[in-house]
Design a protein around this ligand. Structure first.
Ligand code: CMC
Length: 431
């Protein structure tokens, strides 16, 4: 069988070069252009990596045109319906759904790592009380590098696994501590008699002074939220984790780099931005004027929670999350907020508007996730932290996959230099 190729011809010299076409399991094939600089003396130019596949990965597949999201081949809808978050973590990390005994062992191992080193808990007290919880999460996860030296040999598979366990287990504890610290409340220790999500809720909301009852509705909604955010192939934060990891940096530092990237409003900060936007709109009657501002090219206002770099049809996660919003609305009084009513109407109007139709802009996962988190009592500044808790497994699975490739190289994009041409230094008195 002849090898499929694409011919690249340099029309200045007539020199041609055959680039191999590589096919994956699903999705568009890619042109392997690694030999291009050597063969034709040029790099490819692709700002924002709009058309570049940076790695091979067997973890997550997205078809943005069809609105499909698969983890290890399993559709997100089926995982959200039938799995627990820790089962999805196992799947992402090890490639297969666990058998009962394997899942029990995984759960037990995660539980054995939920506590934080007491020294690490003290790191929180160095922050201002009004620090953003993302700043604390970023700092404390980075500081894990200073506390867990026994798992930092990145070339040792046991160490890599231990790091993954520690990160998945401790992120909820760090997240809850960040919140408690900003509030001036005492930290709650993890309770290993509870499930992952229930334990997080008790660490967030329990007080020594009274009994805290965990709402099963809240726990189920949060569990689904975590599943929906667990991984999303080579997005900005995941690519950052891979790039940091490619320099052989320790995994805690790499995850901290991912957290930093996630913080931006174009990425994980969007859920927080959606709630701010809904608050700003205030009333359904103000939606038309708000949308006029969004469509005005002279205004920087965007409809937050709409649009996606990859999904150009619908975001399958948004559909699931919208369903949870409705369930919560029926079951929790805290869900009955004007924000949900405004969001529904905003979505309805935008989906019928030519501006959004033409540009294939649909609600993404973050359009509704903030509404759910608010209904669960989670404050707005903790939304991106929640996203980070959920995404940690995706980051560490992708990091692990990269480390396990025999041919791992440091990531190093090139550039098209457009600055001043080579020139001689001008002494101060001649400038
Ligand atoms: N509101 C208004 N216009 C928009 C929006 C929006 N949310 N998103 C894109 N556009 C317009 C944009 O102005 C441009 O119009 P034109 O062609 O006239 O210049 C066109 O649509 C294409 O936009 P783009 O910025 O080139 O698209 P992108 O693929 O680079 O951006 C995005 C993707 C997610 C950054 C962007 O849609 C956005 O800023 N959305 C709002 C923020 C948001 O919800 N982010 C969460 C993403 S999902 C969670 C995650 O995976 O992290």
């Amino acid at each position: 069988m002849s090898k499929e190729t694409v011919t690249i011809t340099d029309n200045r010299t007539g020199k041609s070069f055959e680039c191999a076409i590589k096919n994956g399991t699903h999705g568009q094939p890619v042109i392997d252009c690694q030999a291009l600089p050597k063969e034709v003396g040029m790099f490819t130019f692709d700002p924002a990596f709009m058309t570049t596949a940076s790695c091979e990965s067997a973890i997550t597949f997205i078809d943005g045109d069809q609105g499909i999201l698969l983890h290890r081949g399993y559709p997100i809808e089926q995982l959200a319906e039938n799995s627990s978050y820790l089962e999805v973590c196992y799947l992402l990390l090890y490639g297969e759904l666990p058998k009962k005994g394997e899942l029990d062992q995984f759960n037990a191992e995660i539980k054995s790592h939920t506590m934080l080193h007491e020294g690490l808990r003290n790191v929180f007290s160095g922050f201002r009380r009004d620090a953003h919880p993302m700043a604390m999460l970023l700092g404390v996860v980075g500081a894990m590098s200073a506390y867990y030296h026994d798992s930092m040999d990145i070339y040792n598979p046991t160490h890599r696994n231990l790091c993954a366990m520690r990160l998945i287990a401790k992120l909820p504890t760090i997240a809850a501590n960040s919140y408690k610290y900003t509030m001036g409340f005492p930290y709650a220790y993890p309770r290993n008699d509870l499930g992952y999500t229930e334990n997080f809720l008790q660490m967030m909301f329990s007080m020594p002074s009274e009994e805290y009852k965990i709402s099963p509705t809240a726990a189920k909604a949060l569990e689904t939220m975590l599943i929906l955010h667990a991984d999303h192939e080579q997005n900005a934060s995941t690519s950052t984790v891979r790039l940091a990891g490619s320099s052989q940096a320790n995994p805690f530092a790499c995850i901290a780099a991912g957290i930093a990237t996630l913080w931006g409003p174009a990425h994980g900060g969007a859920n927080e931005a959606v709630i701010k936007m809904l608050d700003e709109i205030k009333d359904v009657k103000n939606i038309p004027s708000f949308l006029a501002k969004v469509k005005d090219k002279d205004s920087a206002t965007r409809l937050m929670g709409f649009g996606h770099r990859v999904y150009k049809n619908h975001d399958p996660r948004a559909k699931i999350i919208r369903g949870i919003c409705h369930e919560l609305l029926n079951e929790l009084d805290t869900a009955k907020t004007p924000a949900f009513e405004i969001a529904l109407e905003l979505e309805r109007i935008a989906l019928e508007d030519e501006y959004f139709i033409q540009r294939k802009l649909y609600p993404n996962v973050d359009f509704y996730s903030g509404i759910i988190l608010s209904a669960l009592g989670i404050p707005t500044n903790m939304f991106t932290v929640m996203f980070a808790v959920a995404r940690t497994v995706g980051w560490i699975s992708q990091w692990k996959e990269m480390l396990e490739e025999p041919s791992m190289k440091i990531g190093r994009p090139r550039q098209l230099y457009v600055g001043a041409a080579n020139r001689n230094f001008i002494p101060m008195d001649k400038r």
